[in-house]
Write a protein that binds this ligand. Structure first.
Ligand code: NAG
Ligand code: NAG
Ligand code: NAG
Ligand code: NAG
Length: 669
């Protein structure tokens, strides 16, 4: 028989009995698979010993090779899952962020990382041996196998027990809480810690749990195969030891699963972005422009008669009607829309005009009475002196400080109301979200991925935006898009989630009353198969208004300066069932030249690969005296209900242990 056929036979034996699912990417299932295969391997040793006793299969003489080949196969499977988990690298990431803090949590994470690394390196060594199996000395393999089952503190069983005690502390009151629980509490206290990870706390904890569970499986496989090797080399029976190893493995995995399940069900599933290292317009944020902008206008130009018989406060809603004697009015861009809420601040002032391509009108204004609007400083285009005047009839023609709601063609305040959805007919779901400004219009954009079995998603890309300009033929205000105006400038802040058994497949804006309103689309799916039921999709929203019995509450922006000027972190300060109004920035801080909140356009996309999402929301991130940002958030899928320890198949000591079959000669060496 050729060497090739021999190898094939060995592999066939190794693969034959165990139902090997090639693309298991799930630790829990892998655990069941591996334990099943370990059992089959014990069987195989039994059968081989019988077979080799005869004459047909002299080729299996080095039985350690059979064991090693099986181990290699299992190891390959473990490797695959490991690769999927490494891609996420939750623990490494989290540690990287927290280096040097010296907290209890950090110390334990370090210890965990160290222990995991040691098991990993043993696993690597094992793989290396498998590659060299022909050349290795028996003593090398024996030595390794003995380490894998040794009682020594630093040997594999000890390492596994220490890893386990970090997840499930043996004495709750003495050694404190599980690492997973500590993590969950930390994320609860410092929500912003996870936003840079682009993972929800729930996902982070789930990934760490998976890493640990995978290590447990690795360790279990190594120990079982070590017992097998030891028996093959005639070191003893070890049936009882192998059985104990299996029992302890079941115990540990069951306990760890219970702890993980509870930490996961408590952990937040929210995913949103923090402040970027630098605020860059067009890349990290965008602005609504000229919705209500501070505007200096003389009374004389705000009435049709060109008189000055009223005062500033009279002009709550006006328009520009002329430009009397080409005074200051001729030197600035006129307000082409409505002039609102005028007030008298002082008679005379210096105005610093903004640069020509800016959306601002003024950099700053300084009144003679000392009041300063904006950051008064140097002025590149030169200041203009603006003085009110007296008429012959002793009427005072005052310069007022008003708000200009510019005409729609001079401002950028449109929101698309077109649906942004994943291609559900091709079984795609939403895996990421962002707001984008294209031309003058803000759009919701979704990132999609193909839904696979058991909650896995294969990312594909951003779904192109259905872009348009409000002036395009056929586009209707209120149907295709919403225009922010003085009366209609509220946006609802809602955090929505799908019903159980549904996933996120789309988002859209609608208008309810005078509010821009956010909705999500949910589609039911089968977790086992990963199939969506597109026809059963539904839109989910919180239709509560300001006028109901339990009215939607308003998020007030007090003296809002530009969020890009803030030195404090912008934390989420909105709650579900609130709304916020777009308004002008603060008079004193910014001469009311900008529209706040700004729009955060950073993509909300889980890092390193896709993750299943069930919900989404519109939130506000802000700080005191800042206009903050309108931003989006995602809610990741709840994995808690799928975390369970599947007990290994029935005890093999009872069925398989036929003494005669296991009498093994010491391998010729
Ligand atoms: C082992 O061999 C004996 C006799 O050669 C046979 O009766 C028995 O069924 C074999 N056992 C297995 C598990 O193949
Ligand atoms: C804006 O511009 C479009 C196209 O130039 C024009 O049709 C429309 O009337 C303008 N709207 C206003 C309010 O001026
Ligand atoms: C999901 O699909 C599997 C396989 O087709 C089926 O057995 C199961 O009943 C389905 N589950 C639900 C909830 O429909
Ligand atoms: C191995 O141990 C089991 C259980 O202790 C026993 O039933 C079996 O006969 C032993 N086999 C050998 C080869 O000693």
């Amino acid at each position: 028989m050729s060497r090739l056929v021999r190898t094939l036979l060995v592999i066939a034996l190794a693969c034959g009995a165990g139902a090997v699912v090639e693309d298991v990417i799930e630790v829990i299932r892998l655990g069941t698979d591996i334990t099943g295969q370990v059992l089959d391997s014990w069987d195989a040793i039994g059968q081989l010993s019988n077979a080799t006793g005869g004459v047909q299969f002299p080729y299996f003489k080095p039985k350690d090779q059979v064991v090693l080949t099986r181990l290699r196969h299992i190891s390959g499977q473990i490797r695959k899952v490991e690769h999927a988990i490494d891609k996420v690298g939750a623990m490494t990431f989290y540690l990287g962020k927290n280096l040097g803090r010296g907290t209890d949590l950090e110390l334990r994470l370090h210890e965990m990382t160290d222990l995991l690394n040691r098991v990993s390196s043993a696993d690597r060594k094992m793989r290396e041996y498998m590659g060299l199996q022909q050349e290795l000395e028996k003593v090398t393999l024996l030595d390794f196998a003995e380490w894998c089952v040794s009682h020594d503190q630093g040997a594999l069983p000890g390492l596994l027990e220490r890893i386990h005690s970090l997840i499930v502390p043996p004495h709750k009151h003495l050694l404190g809480q599980s690492l997973l629980t500590l993590l969950q509490k930390r994320f609860q206290d410092e929500a912003s810690e996870t936003c840079t990870a682009a993972m929800s706390p729930h996902q982070l904890i789930f990934d760490i749990y998976n890493t640990v569970a995978l290590t447990e499986i690795k360790g279990y496989a190594m120990m079982q195969f070590s017992w097998m090797l030891l028996r093959i080399y005639g070191k003893g029976n070890f049936t009882q030891e192998a059985s104990l190893t299996r029992q302890r493995y079941s115990q540990r995995t069951a306990q760890a699963a219970a702890v993980a399940k509870s930490a996961l069900s408590e952990a937040s599933r929210d995913l949103y972005m923090c402040d970027p290292p630098m605020h860059i317009e067009g890349s990290t944020y965008e602005q609504v422009t000229r919705l209500l902008q501070g505007y200096v206008e003389n009374e004389v130009d705000m009435n049709t008669d060109g008189t000055c018989k009223e005062n500033c406060a009279h002009y709550t809603l006006a328009e520009k009607h002329g430009c009397y004697m080409d005074q200051f009015c001729a030197k600035q861009t006129p307000c082409r829309g409505r002039i609102i809420d005028c007030q008298y601040l002082d008679s005379d002032m210096w105005v610093c005009p903004a640069s020509r391509n800016s959306n601002r009108r003024y950099e700053w204004i300084e009144y003679e009475n000392g009041r300063k609007l904006g950051n008064v400083g140097s002025c590149s285009r030169g200041t203009t002196k603006v003085d009110s005047w007296w008429r012959w009839n002793l009427l005072h023609c005052s310069y007022c400080f008003c708000l200009c709601e510019d005409d729609v063609n001079s401002s950028e305040r449109f929101f698309s109301m077109k649906e942004a959805t994943a291609d559900i007919s091709n079984n795609k779901v939403v895996t990421g979200l962002r707001l984008v400004k294209i031309g003058r219009v803000f759009h919701l954009q979704v990132h999609e991925g193909t839904l696979k079995e058991r909650g896995s998603v294969e990312p594909s890309g951003w779904v192109p935006v259905n872009k348009f300009d409000p002036n395009d033929p056929g586009m209707m205000d209120g149907i295709d898009y919403h225009t922010l105006t003085y009366e209609k400038r509220a946006i609802d802040l809602d955090e929505l989630d799908s019903p159980e058994g549904h996933v996120l497949t789309g988002v859209r804006f609608r208008v309810i009353g005078a509010h821009l309103h956010f909705e999500i689309r949910s589609t039911p799916f089968n977790y086992t198969t990963g199939r969506l039921s597109p026809s059963k999709s539904q839109w989910v929203s919180n239709d509560n208004t300001e006028g109901s019995d339990t009215p939607r509450s308003k998020l007030e922006l007090k003296t809002p300066d530009l969020p890009t000027r803030s030195h404090t972190r912008m934390e989420v300060d909105s709650n579900h069932d609130q709304y916020v109004e777009f308004t002008h920035s603060d008079f004193d801080a910014d001469a009311a030249q900008s529209t706040v909140p700004f729009i955060d356009v950073q993509p909300v996309l889980p890092s390193k690969g896709a993750a299943l999402a069930t919900g989404a929301g519109v939130i506000h991130r802000g700080a005191p005296s800042s206009g903050g940002f309108i931003a989006l958030k995602l809610r990741s899928y709840n994995n808690a209900r799928h975390v369970k320890a599947e007990p290994p198949p029935a005890d093999f000591t009872e069925e398989k242990d036929d003494a005669a079959d296991f009498v093994l000669p010491v391998v010729n060496n």
